[in-house]
Design a protein around this ligand. Structure first.
Ligand SMILES: [Fe+2]
Length: 285
């Protein structure tokens, strides 16, 4: 994006960006049979910040309802993740047995900043995610959220060279994932920031994990990463924090997020349905 179109886009984005997490909320009657007004309100929030938090009055929601909800936004092509159910929707809860015990999302531990599917190859890029909270934990489990377009703006305003470094096709490599049976997934190498060729929409692929990530070894990439860490840690910045309650959910164009550690208790076994899509939310780019 050349500088004059960037400035125009940047100014419009910052002007309409929500000032607090409350501006992300949309009340809905149920996940199935959304009204035209509810759909429009969710899309409007997603246009401003690439995300919306819905609060659903219907207390029965299953995995099929999550997919029905997502289809209203053009989210149809599910990423069938290793630990997902057959329908492609994962149930994030504390796993006590099976393959899921090897992965932090299925534990009560904290999760560092990332976008989903950063280890997917470009043909399986995760462009949108729905997280629906079916049951909340007793304590903890708060998410921090940041629109990748805001991260892009802050990096570019600081030093346009940071963007060049983060757009490099060899910027971030995730080594192969090997299980006891052999290789589960080959190494994946790619940029942090990329743009969809047709729509021009920005995509961000990122993980703050220290282990199992290989970064391009040069000064500017390292400085860009340090600056990004500052943006994500900035208490006065544009990061939203929210703890989803039962019946609430987040729909987003795969925004940056993390999760605090949590504790389950009687009647409070945290359960999140997670659906990841190759599609982007309609009419947000
Ligand atoms: Fe995630």
């Amino acid at each position: 994006m050349n500088n004059s179109s960037y400035q125009e886009w940047r100014n419009a984005k910052l002007k309409s960006y929500p000032q607090s997490v409350d501006e992300l909320f949309v009340e809905i009657a149920g996940l199935v049979d959304l009204s035209v007004t509810e759909i429009a309100a969710i899309k409007a929030n997603c246009r401003r910040s690439n995300m919306a938090i819905y609060k659903c009055r219907d207390d029965f929601v299953d995995r099929a309802a999550v997919c029905a909800f997502a289809s209203n936004f053009g989210l149809l092509r599910l990423d069938h993740h290793l630990c997902a159910n057959e329908d492609g929707v994962s149930e994030l809860s504390v796993a006590s047995r099976g393959i899921r015990t090897g992965y932090v999302p299925y534990s009560s531990r904290s999760l560092s900043w990332h976008t989903d599917g950063y280890y997917n190859d470009p043909s399986r890029q995760v462009r949108a995610v729905v997280l629906h909270c079916a049951n909340s934990s007793a304590t903890g489990g708060e998410n921090a959220l940041l629109d990748p377009e805001i991260a892009y703006i802050r990096l570019r305003d600081e030093n346009p060279g940071f963007i060049t470094a983060l757009e490099h096709p060899e910027c971030m490599t995730i080594p192969a994932n090997s299980g006891t049976q052999g290789e589960i997934r080959p190494a994946v190498c790619g940029p942090v920031f990329s743009r969809d060729l047709r729509s021009g929409a920005l995509h961000m692929r990122f993980s703050a994990r220290k282990k199992n990530i290989q970064w391009r070894d040069d000064e500017i990439t390292s400085a860009a990463r340090d600056f990004l860490s500052e943006i994500l840690a900035d208490e006065n910045g544009m990061v939203f924090r929210y703890r989803l309650q039962a019946g609430e959910g987040l729909i987003s164009n795969n925004v940056l997020h993390n999760r605090t550690a949590f504790e389950d208790g009687p009647g409070h076994g945290r359960l999140i349905y997670r659906a990841r899509f190759y599609d982007r939310i309609h009419s947000t780019s």
